[in-house]
Ligand binder design. Structure first.
Ligand code: F6P
Length: 362
């Protein structure tokens, strides 16, 4: 298709807005600001070692206890600087910041909250493997926003179903922005000449059937029985109960795995396991699981903890972690079924662990 016939992200948003005659345009402005932040990050990532931005940020550790990369810090700043001034936000929360970010005094406050993981999979930066940004937009509770009070952690503790929009940018061989505003999922490719996002993947759907799964198999000894069962059936292939061979992938950038699954189906698992019983999962509910869960559901897929839909989980803290399974609907439903059916699907009580205080066997 010649480039002049393609729809830009701006045109797409304006046309979407016509469905809501009362909309003032704050929401579109916010999405366009986020898209600008993603373009800035795409530039930073593309320069690689030439940009002087490789490596860790002087031994800095983030709130998650992980080493911060220079690009983590820069990407976080890009999100803040580009979105704080426009008047559409009451506050922000980032995977990289312990506390919510307050919109500074000279700027007006607005009716939305922005939640983001500025650079997902950032351990992949220095090895030139795809990384991405993930974001989620919530309504700001009453009392915050225009002329209102500062935001608190509690304002962000909204179930995934409450999201107004969610999306991600993927910095891969091409940069893409994938977005849902609750009306399907649409993919835009960054035109490297115009430096504008162009609609290239309208109405993305997760294929129903799949033969591909993604899991970090080095954790297999810590998995719960339902996940063990599911993976062993996949590995058994044609000769097992599934009667077909499966393929396995692990990029270690969740956003890149989510994109692959949107394009050609599959299932991604970072389930709750017994590796570290203080952490009920690896991924973060607000910055990763909820936005990707919303996208999966809007694309006809499914996202679950294994026990219940991700989007139904009531968050209890800003940086909460959770077990995650998402992708092709029939596979996720199968995994949920195993969680409900298999005896011993519950995690052992940490006090009765093999190496803990009260050993079960004498
Ligand atoms: O944010 C967490 C993350 O970087 C995900 O993008 C990715 O799927 C996961 O961690 C990789 O985990 P592991 O290091 O266990 O492979």
């Amino acid at each position: 298709m010649p480039f002049h016939q393609r729809k830009t992200l701006t045109q797409f948003l304006i046309e979407e807005r016509r469905r809501f005659p009362d909309a003032r345009g704050d929401f579109n402005a916010l999405i366009l600001d986020v898209a600008t932040a993603c373009k800035q990050i795409a530039r930073g990532v593309a320069f690689g070692a030439l940009g002087g931005m490789h490596g860790s940020a002087d031994g800095a550790i983030n709130v998650q206890g992980e080493t911060q990369q220079k690009l983590d810090v820069l990407s976080n700043q890009a999100f803040i600087r580009v979105s704080e001034w426009g008047g559409s936000l009451a506050g922000m929360a980032s995977e990289e910041m312990e506390q919510p970010y307050q919109i500074p005094a000279p700027y007006p406050r607005g009716k939305y909250l922005l939640v983001f993981d500025p650079l997902d999979g950032s351990s992949n930066i220095d090895v030139n493997v795809s990384v991405g940004s993930i974001f989620s937009i919530l309504r700001a509770p009453e009392g915050t926003g225009e002329g209102g009070r500062d935001v608190t952690d509690t304002d962000f503790l909204q179930a995934g179903r409450e999201q107004v929009a969610a999306g991600y940018a993927l910095y891969g061989p091409t940069t893409m922005l994938v977005l849902t505003v609750g009306n399907g999922v649409h993919g835009f490719t960054l035109d490297p000449n115009l430096y504008d996002f162009m609609l290239t993947h309208p109405d993305m759907r997760v294929p129903e059937e799949t033969q591909e799964f993604a899991i970090n198999a080095s954790n297999s000894r810590f998995w719960e029985p339902p996940i063990r069962q599911y993976v062993s059936e996949c590995l058994a292939g044609k000769s097992g109960s599934r009667g077909k061979d499966f393929n396995m992938r692990w990029i270690a950038s969740m956003v890149a795995e989510a994109h692959r699954i949107l394009m050609r189906g599959g299932v991604f698992m970072y389930p709750r396991d017994t590796k570290d019983l203080t952490k009920p999962g690896r991924l973060r509910l607000l910055y990763e699981a909820n936005p990707i869960g919303f996208i999966m559901e809007q694309a006809g897929g499914r996202a679950s903890t294994g026990r219940e839909p991700i989007l139904d989980v009531q968050p209890t803290s800003l940086h909460q972690r959770i077990g995650v399974v998402f992708g092709s609907r029939s596979e996720v439903e199968r995994i949920e079924r195993y969680h409900h059916e298999l005896p011993g699907a519950e995690l052992p009580n940490p006090l009765f662990n093999e190496r803990s205080l009260f050993r079960l066997s004498a």
